[in-house]
Design a protein around this ligand. Structure first.
Ligand SMILES: Cc1ncc(COP(=O)(O)O)c(C=O)c1O
Length: 399
């Protein structure tokens, strides 16, 4: 297997790394893609040597090309660690915390990340402080334990960052948060699912661990559930790899192979989906049936200035609140024909859902908020369908 090839002193762009990293060695007659190896065990006798393939729960050559490619994309000297889902990767990261430690999380983090921390709080005494991740002073106050957090104070052991957040799209000042958290010795973990390594590389700002739901943009076709971690710290890498072997939340070979295939087109998909989302946000901002649009591309969006400064691209998730409340939002979901009513995001197909249909969603997410995951279809087709659905739902509410 090879690193991304590069001419002397020329640094490859992430779009190229996504295509080239993790390929097999260039040898005459060799394949250009890595094989899928279906083997739970490896021929081995005597004392295992470091790095030797032994048993697939510990590691397999089918993971390595994807792990190498994602590690390179995130700018790490270590390969990524692939897991059976994004949640398995999140659970592994949280395992770095001692019982009774305190973790600071965005109040609008992915709802299951919040639910997992709440579960650990009940069972292990982990303490949790939720914050508005866009409010840098409040976040750092909570990390230092000087904020009024009701969680017992003391320095936090970990700051968990999502930026942009799911589903409110708040944008964090990541460099300032990492610097402030490290001043008090807190680890910084960043869920980079929304931004992707093309939008932001948290390790370059000093973050300790990057988490991905590979299910979303990295794999990109809504056909696998997969997660990954990236860290540049060899000690953390060994601990997290050890956790994966012990807890067994491993990925299947086909899923990882499909994810690597998806990764090859990441830059194209992200570029197209972002362009679509930016155009739809612009049009929705003046749509008569829409009360509010959230997308960092809009100059009026609270995250606009920071996203412009810190992110490469504004992402392809939109939040909209139609006039008329949750029932009209549900009617929009019922009226779309091209957009898919579905949870999840980051696939080539456009989808939408009302987030508060889940009883577990944060209560500070507006009940009428529709989260739109914009795909790579023709933008005029997306607009025509969304426009007719918004008008149909608005007409229905007036009857
Ligand atoms: C931001 C974010 N992180 C993590 C996850 C969890 O990933 P998975 O569904 O692959 O377990 C999700 C899933 O929606 C997500 O949106």
């Amino acid at each position: 297997m090879t690193d991304a090839p590069h001419a002397d002193a020329h640094v490859l762009s992430p779009a190229t790394v996504a295509v080239t990293a993790g390929r097999p060695e260039r040898v005459q007659g060799g394949p250009v893609n890595p094989p899928v190896v279906l083997s739970s065990t490896y021929v081995s006798a005597g004392v295992p040597q470091p790095g030797e393939l032994l048993y697939t729960r510990n590691g397999t050559e089918t993971w390595q090309p994807f792990e190498q490619a994602l590690g390179a994309l995130e700018g790490s000297t270590q390969p990524a660690l692939v897991f059976g889902s994004g949640m398995a990767a999140i659970a592994a990261t949280l395992s770095l915390l001692e019982p009774g430690a305190r973790v600071v999380l965005p109040r609008h983090a992915y709802q299951m990340s919040l639910a997992l921390v709440a579960d650990l709080r009940e069972r292990t005494g982990l303490r949790l402080t939720t914050v508005d991740i866009a409010d840098t002073d409040a976040v750092l106050g909570a990390v230092r334990g000087t904020g009024d957090d009701g969680a017992g104070g003391g320095r936090a052991a970990m700051l968990w960052v999502e930026s942009p957040t799911n589903p409110m799209l708040e944008v964090a000042d990541l460099p300032a948060l990492v610097a402030g958290a490290h001043e008090v010795g807190a680890l910084v973990a960043v869920d980079n699912t929304f931004a992707t390594p093309l939008g932001q590389r948290p390790l370059s700002h000093g973050a300790d661990v990057v988490v991905h739901s590979v299910t979303k943009y990295l794999a990109g076709h809504s056909d696998v559930v997969l997660g990954a971690l990236v860290t540049d710290d060899a000690v953390l890498h060994a601990r997290l790899a050890g956790y994966r072997s012990l807890h067994g939340a491993i990925a299947g070979p086909w899923e990882v192979w499909l994810a690597l295939r998806g990764l090859r087109t990441l830059a194209l998909r992200v570029e197209r989906a972002q362009a679509n989302a930016t155009e739809l946000a612009r049009r929705l901002a003046t749509h008569p049936a829409v009360a509010e649009v959230r997308h960092p591309s809009l100059p009026t969006d609270p995250g606009h200035e920071r996203a412009t400064r810190l992110l490469d691209g504004y992402g392809s998730i939109l939040g909209i609140r139609p006039h008329g409340g949750p029932s009209v939002a549900d009617a929009v979901v019922d009226a779309v024909r091209l957009w898919l009513p579905a949870t999840s995001l980051g696939g080539v197909e456009s989808s939408l859902e009302r987030r508060r249909r889940f009883a577990t969603e944060s209560l500070t997410v507006p009940p009428d908020l529709l989260r739109l995951s914009v795909g790579i279809e023709d933008v005029e087709d997306l607009w025509a369908d969304l426009d007719q659905a918004l008008r149909t739902a608005a007409d229905g509410s007036r009857r």
